[in-house]
Design a protein around this ligand. Structure first.
Ligand SMILES: Nc1ncnc2c1ncn2[C@@H]1O[C@H](COP(=O)(O)OP(=O)(O)OP(=O)(O)O)[C@@H](O)[C@H]1O
Ligand code: SF4
Ligand SMILES: [Mg+2]
Length: 330
C-alpha cells in the first residue's frame, strides 16, 4: 500500500440526506409530511480508526449506519467505500459489499434467533455467501470465532437463552466477524447491557480491532460510552452534524453548546464536584423531525441562541486544528 492509499478514508459520506415519508396532514390530508432523519451530513472514517457517533434518541444515528450499509436508500448525497461510490449499488456488487461491512446491533436479546443454535447463528453469513461448503470447516471456523470473542467452544451447540446479555453480544460480534469484514457499524452495542459488563465488551471490540485491523463507526447516545474506544467523535442533533473533532478536543475543549450539554450529563465520581458542577440541561422544545426549524436546529434548547441562530443555519466550520463545529456564537 502506498502512502497516499494509507491516508485515504475507508468510508466517506458526502452531504448525506435521508428522508422518510411522514404521512399526511391537513383536513383533506393534502400535505405530504417528510421525516428529516438525516440532513446534509459529511464524514470520513479512516482505516483502522473508531469514529464515535453520538446524539440523543431520534437524532439519526441508526439511519446513518443503515444508509452506509445500504439497508436504506439515500435521498441525497454520496457514500464511498474504499474510494468507490456505493450509493446506488445493487445486486451482486451489493452482496459482495456486505462481506466487507457488517453491523453489531444494540439488543443482543432481539438480534439472535432464539430457535437457532449458536453454530447456526454464526455460520449463517458463511452459508448465505456460499463460504460454508464443508461441515467440518464451518464448525472449525465457528469454534475459532467463538474463541476470538472469549466464548467457550461448547457454546456452539447451545441456544441463545443459555447465555447472559454480555455473552449474547459476544455471539453477535462473532456473527459480524464471520465474513472477515473491514468495517463494522456498532449501533449502540453496549447500551442494553448491564453497566458492569459494558467495559468488557468495549475492550473486546478494541482487541478485535487491533488483531483484525477493523474500522468502526461506534454509535452511542452518551459521551461516556464512546470515550475509551473513539479516536474522533461526531456529534449529531436532529439529523445535523453539530461537532466533529479528535476525542480529547471533544472532552477538553468542546466548541458546540450541545456537546457541552452532553458532557455535563456525564456523572463525576466525586460527589462534591458532581453537586457543584454546572449542568446544561436540555430542556426546551425537543426537535420535530417533521418540521425542522429554520436556522440552527439546536436553537430551542440553546442558552446562547440569538436572532441570527433563528434565521440562518450555522455552517460546520473549522474552529481549531482538527475540530469543526456548527455554531454562530462559539
Ligand atoms: N423507517 C422509518 N420511517 C419513518 N421514520 C423513520 C424511519 N426510521 C427512522 N425514522 C425516524 O427518523 C429519525 C431518526 O431515527 P434514528 O432511528 O436514525 O434515530 P437514532 O438516533 O438511531 O435514535 P435511537 O437512539 O433511539 O436509536 C427519527 O425521527 C425516527 O422516528
Ligand atoms: S448557532 Fe446559536 S442556537 Fe445554534 S448552537 Fe450556536 S449559539 Fe446555540
Ligand atoms: Mg438508533
Amino acid at each position: 500500500m502506498s502512502d497516499s492509499d494509507a491516508a485515504a478514508p475507508l468510508l466517506e459520506i458526502d452531504h448525506l440526506t435521508v428522508h422518510f415519508p411522514g404521512g399526511r396532514s391537513g383536513f383533506w390530508g393534502q400535505e405530504r409530511l417528510v421525516v428529516h432523519a438525516v440532513d446534509n451530513v459529511s464524514l470520513a472514517v479512516m482505516p483502522g480508526e473508531t469514529l464515535g457517533l453520538v446524539g440523543e434518541s431520534g437524532s439519526g444515528k441508526s439511519t446513518i449506519g443503515r444508509a452506509i450499509l445500504r439497508q436504506l436508500p439515500t435521498t441525497q448525497g454520496r457514500i464511498r467505500f474504499r474510494g468507490e461510490d456505493i450509493t446506488k449499488v445493487t445486486g451482486e456488487p451489493l452482496r459482495n459489499l456486505r462481506r466487507h461491512m457488517q453491523m453489531v446491533f444494540q439488543d443482543p436479546y432481539a438480534s439472535l434467533n432464539p430457535r437457532q443454535r449458536v453454530i447456526d447463528i454464526i455460520s449463517e453469513p458463511l452459508i448465505v455467501h456460499g463460504l460454508a461448503r464443508h461441515r467440518k470447516d464451518t464448525a472449525a471456523k465457528v469454534a475459532d470465532l467463538l474463541q476470538r470473542v472469549g466464548m467457550p467452544a461448547d457454546a456452539a451447540s447451545r441456544y441463545p437463552h443459555a447465555f447472559s446479555g454480555g455473552q449474547r453480544q459476544r455471539i453477535g460480534i462473532a456473527r459480524a466477524l464471520a465474513l472477515s469484514p473491514e468495517f463494522i457499524v456498532a449501533d449502540e452495542p453496549v447500551s442494553a447491557l448491564d453497566v458492569s459488563i459494558r467495559a468488557q465488551v468495549v475492550n473486546l471490540l478494541m482487541d478485535l480491532q487491533r488483531d483484525c485491523g477493523l474500522t468502526y463507526l461506534f454509535i452511542a447516545h452518551d459521551l461516556a460510552t464512546v470515550r475509551h474506544i473513539s479516536r474522533r467523535i461526531a456529534i449529531l442533533y436532529a439529523g445535523k452534524l453539530m461537532e466533529l473533532a479528535d476525542r480529547d478536543a471533544i472532552y477538553e475543549r468542546p466548541r458546540h453548546p450541545y456537546t457541552e450539554a452532553l458532557l455535563s450529563a456525564i456523572p463525576i465520581p466525586d460527589p462534591v464536584a458532581q453537586r457543584n458542577r454546572r449542568r446544561l440541561v436540555n430542556d426546551g422544545e425537543p426537535p420535530d423531525p417533521l418540521h425542522p426549524l429554520p436556522g440552527c436546529r439546536y436553537q430551542s434548547r440553546c442558552p446562547y441562541a440569538t436572532a441570527q441562530c433563528r434565521s440562518v443555519e450555522p455552517p460546520l466550520e473549522q474552529k481549531a486544528p482538527g475540530q469543526w463545529a456548527a455554531c454562530w456564537n462559539r
